[in-house]
Write a protein that binds this ligand. Structure first.
Ligand code: UT7
Length: 401
């Protein structure tokens, strides 16, 4: 570990550092680090120290191996417009009974009018910041987990700017319905090894824009929404991110996708050096295509395995889980996983009935409702798992606050 010697050390230099909030105890080693990296910090070292008078370079020195992270706050936002199963039965051949029995979904929210993915993500992020009582300029990184950005090049930077996180940078993470889990794991890595203090992870998706509203096999499943969590650095011994497990398998891509039309060409133009592939066409995404049965089988097989792997890393068993929080895709998947892990129904968090499958938003959206509803309390152990297109899947065991 950088500077991991007994006594007070600074990860930018040595000795006294800025702000009490930047001071974290790591066993016997007290490490100071600053969320803002680009201003060199000189700290007074103990006299005689080999690092006396060392001025740090303007780089991120605090690569603190073993830094802990914890979830300290959450927020969520959904569009105003609601569509019930009965409403859907007016546009495709289906029924409230079929949808609720086969999926557990009763209604969903859909973006309309002035609302946007960015707007939902910003609203969810603001609520998480308010719950944490952390100012926007204390955020180091915003990870926007989405497969449906406003812009081909991503929406994360727009979101962090709209939130006023002026000391942060941002990027989009795309991993479909596993997106939030990927963002969460990534956040903890930036904290663990990168010296970041506050990372805002936002899952937001609007798959309603990508379903074929004449296809009853898919349009009944999806809804739009956003959820956010604030992940904060903590001392290694207080680490609340206890284990994770994550996978992808491109072979399963055929079971769930929204493909681009690759390799198409505009009308062949004569002066293109003979190439028939120039100029390229602007690709268009197809509607979401899904083999529901295969995806169902994959989820019921892989999700419990992944949670078991995460539990093993955390040195826990399923009896230690206070809350099972799965990606909200189908009530029958959630029940099957809970049964396999022997987790009783009262420990299962689900809001699928009200929002359907909101992709990368579903885990933080359900978490936010459970926290604000008083279900999830400080110290509770949550087993979360995401799964979906890619195929991608994974899980994490974490302590709330
Ligand atoms: O986040 C991404 C992860 N995605 C998922 O987790 C989706 C996983 N899969 C599922 O949730 C389920 O497979 C579905 C809910 C999509 C479908 O349920 P299913 O029990 O697998 O139904 P099915 O596709 O086998 O269809 C059974 C019957 C078919 O009719 P026939 O061939 O038996 O006459 C379908 O045509 O139900 C019919 N059907 C419908 N009927 C009324 C399919 N969709 C509907 C519908 N309303 N909306």
């Amino acid at each position: 570990m950088a500077n991991a010697t007994a006594g007070v050390v600074s990860l930018h230099g040595t000795g006294m550092c800025a702000g009490a909030r930047d001071m974290v105890r790591l066993g016997t080693v007290r490490c100071c680090y600053r969320a803002r990296r680009w201003d060199p910090v000189t700290c007074a070292a103990p006299s005689g120290s080999v690092t006396e008078d060392v001025v740090s370079k303007p780089r991120r020195l605090p690569r603190v191996v073993g830094m802990g992270s914890k979830l300290i706050a959450c927020g969520s936002a959904v569009p105003k417009f609601e569509i019930s199963n009965d409403d859907l039965a007016k546009i495709v051949e289906t029924s409230d009974e079929w949808i609720s029995v086969r999926t557990g979904i009763r209604k969903r929210r859909v973006l309309t009018g002035e609302e946007s993915l960015k707007g939902l993500a910003v609203a969810a992020g603001k609520k998480a910041l308010a719950m944490a009582q952390v100012e926007p300029d204390e955020i180091d990184l915003v990870i926007l987990c989405t497969s449906t950005p406003n812009d081909l090049f991503g929406t994360g930077a727009q979101v962090h700017t709209a939130l006023g996180c002026k000391n942060a940078w941002a990027f989009d993470a795309t991993a479909a319905c596993s997106g939030f889990l990927v963002g969460l794991v990534t956040a903890t890595r930036f904290i663990k090894g990168g010296g970041y203090q506050n990372v805002l992870v936002i899952g937001a998706d609007c798959l309603s824009r990508h379903v074929d509203w004449t296809d009853r096999g898919t349009c009944i499943l999806f809804g739009d929404g956003a959820g956010a969590v604030l992940v904060q650095a903590t001392a290694a011994e207080d680490d609340g991110f206890l284990g994770f497990d994550i996978h992808s398998d491109g072979q399963g891509y055929r079971h769930l996708n929204a493909k681009t039309s690759e390799g198409g060409t505009e009308e062949v133009i004569s002066n293109t050096n003979g190439s028939t592939n120039f100029p390229p066409k602007k690709p268009a995404f197809s509607f979401i295509q899904m083999n529901g049965k295969e995806v169902f089988r994959f989820a019921v097989r892989c999700v419990p395995q992944s949670i078991e792997a995460s539990l093993e890393e955390a040195a826990l068993t399923s009896s230690n889980i206070d809350w099972l929080l799965l990606h909200q895709a189908n009530r029958r998947i959630i029940d099957a996983v809970a049964t396999r892990l022997q987790i009783p129904a009262e420990k299962v968090i689900s809001n699928l009935a009200n929002y359907g499958n909101t992709s990368a938003a579903s885990i933080p959206l359900a978490l936010d409702e459970a926290v604000r509803g008083g279900k999830v309390k400080g110290g509770d152990i949550i087993a979360a798992s995401g799964f979906g297109a890619g195929l991608t899947w994974g899980s994490a065991i974490m302590r709330w606050q």
